[in-house]
Write a protein that binds this ligand. Structure first.
Ligand code: HEC
Length: 232
């Protein structure tokens, strides 16, 4: 049986939600790549979708850790909703948030990420700290420019933010260290870089367990590869 009134109400609610979320997406939105957004990045703000989620996915949601399959200690850190539902974040209070506290642990059985992964750098810890301090919002800004596609200006930042946590000498997923230019060049020229980030058939979808890179970032990678994947 169709019930026109409730579905109309739902439609109105959905539209309201859509517009109210436009500038500040909430956890109820699907995980869409974000750089298409119009809001310019403010240097004072740490944006969840741009900086925090990629860092958490590649540092914490690794295979065997807090990904959707392993869920160590019942904690999955793959999306805004899951991170907030973990109870590890107290908005506004980083020093009483486990998500931040475990980064500064010294005991090897308590610190995150667990050895042999390296601890987060001071700059990476500051990203988590400031985001929680600023209210742990699910916010995003436009941080991508398709006319910039050099290795140092575009590709390295993408790798550091979205890939490095799982592809570094201490945690070398897929036998691939992406902190070394030659290895990045190899996967650029043999098709694996584009195949994996563009989720093409026959390649493992990357970042594994995370949100697909935005169209803008995919364009930067595509242009860099088309230019011969130079070390520029
Ligand atoms: C959460 C961990 C994680 C993140 C983040 C991640 N990867 Fe991976 N990657 C893996 C794992 C694990 C494999 C091994 C294959 C598999 O399990 O799907 C892999 C395999 C690959 C492969 C295939 C290697 C081969 O020779 O077959 C490529 C290419 C790759 N990753 C590229 C990337 C790129 C580029 C990024 C960032 C945009 C990235 N990965 C982010 C975990 C990750």
């Amino acid at each position: 049986m169709t019930r026109p009134l409730p579905s109309l109400t739902l439609a109105v609610m959905a539209i309201t939600l859509f517009f109210s979320c436009k500038h500040e997406p909430t956890g109820t939105m699907p995980p869409t790549p974000i750089d298409g957004g119009t809001q310019a990045c403010s240097t004072d703000t740490v944006y969840f979708q741009n900086k925090v989620l990629p860092l958490i996915v590649s540092s914490c949601a690794k295979p065997g850790c807090h990904d959707a399959i392993s869920r160590q200690d019942g904690i999955e850190l793959t999306s805004y909703d899951k991170i907030m539902a973990s109870g590890e974040v107290r908005p506004g209070d980083p020093n009483n948030s486990d998500l931040y506290e475990v980064l500064n642990e010294t005991r090897p059985d308590k610190i995150m990420p667990r050895p042999p992964s390296a601890p987060l750098t001071a700059a990476e810890k500051a990203i988590i700290y400031t985001w929680i301090l600023q209210g742990a919002k699910n916010n995003a800004c436009n941080d991508c420019d398709t006319s910039s596609f050099t290795y140092s200006g575009a590709i390295t930042p993408i790798i550091n933010t979205h890939c490095k946590g799982c592809h570094n000498p201490n945690f070398i997923s897929g036998n691939l260290d992406l902190t070394v230019y030659n290895n990045v060049q190899t996967i650029a020229l043999n098709g694996k870089f584009m195949g994996s980030v563009d989720h093409q058939p026959g390649y493992p979808a990357m970042p594994k367990g995370g949100t697909k890179l935005s169209d803008c970032k995919l364009t930067q990678i595509r242009k860099w590869i088309a230019a011969g994947a130079p070390n520029n």
